[in-house]
Design a protein around this ligand. Structure first.
Ligand code: AP5
Ligand code: MG
Length: 193
């Protein structure tokens, strides 16, 4: 099993690169951001509670994320799971490790996509023209950057202690970045065999 957490600030390309990876490696895709937007569209209690936070650029409470994961994670992952935007807090690291341990597995690697905020802002404001995402505006994006710096970045240290973090330059074309990710995954696969 190849269990990957794709990590990085808002707009770094997690969703974009995830699409390529799940195709290539046949992985099950779990994006907490996408799942939350589904809950919002369905107007569930969970979705309504999450929307208030997402619209301000904050992080949704860990207990809601636990409920979200319990609701959507099934137990049949032949080739592994790709987590996009999860874990995002220390508590979520323990949740993730617990979920995988229950399946008899562990996280293979955390791939951390890095890019400067001015580039990320430009990408997301461009996306705002078509995304319909209520959090794609300058004020909320700045808040998302702040939350990322304060609460999410420490997650890297958690997995650095397990020697599982691979930093990837997230500046360049989608294809260039995809190639960098491929190089890391191929080296992981070679090391395992
Ligand atoms: P989430 O949906 O995860 O949003 P995010 O982390 O802010 O990241 P984005 O989805 O905005 O960007 P991305 O990295 O996926 O980049 P993308 O590929 O789209 O979370 C939203 C909110 O939900 C959070 O703020 C929080 O409130 C809540 N939430 C979610 N998970 C949570 C959790 N676990 N705990 C607590 N709260 C949680 O690319 C961005 C744009 O750039 C696209 O238009 C794309 O086409 C373009 N692009 C991509 N790559 C390139 C490139 N190389 N060059 C040029 N353009 C590019
Ligand atoms: Mg995304």
């Amino acid at each position: 099993m190849l269990n990957i957490a794709l990590f990085g600030p808002p707009g770094c390309g997690k969703g974009t690169q995830s699409k390529i990876l799940i195709e290539k490696f046949g992985l099950t895709y779990i994006s907490t951001g996408d799942l939350l937007r589904k809950e919002i569209a369905a107007q569930s209690n969970l979705g309504l509670a999450a929307k208030k936070i997402i619209d301000k650029g904050g992080l949704v409470d860990d207990d809601l994320i636990v409920k979200l994961i319990e609701k959507h994670v099934e137990n049949n992952h032949e080739h592994g799971i790709l987590f996009d935007g999860f874990p995002r807090t220390h508590v979520q690291c323990y949740i993730l490790d617990g979920i995988l341990a229950d399946m008899g597995h562990s996280l293979t690697a955390m791939l951390s996509l890095e890019a400067p905020e001015d580039i990320l802002m430009t990408r997301m404001l461009e996306r705002a023209k078509i995304s319909g995402r209520s959090d794609d505006n300058e004020t909320v994006i700045k808040m998302r950057f702040k939350e990322y710096q304060e609460k999410t970045l420490p997650v890297v240290e958690f997995y650095q202690r397990q020697k599982k973090v691979h930093i990837i330059n997230g500046v360049g074309t989608i294809e260039e970045i995809s190639q960098r990710i491929d190089n890391v995954i191929n080296s992981l696969l070679i090391a395992r065999n």
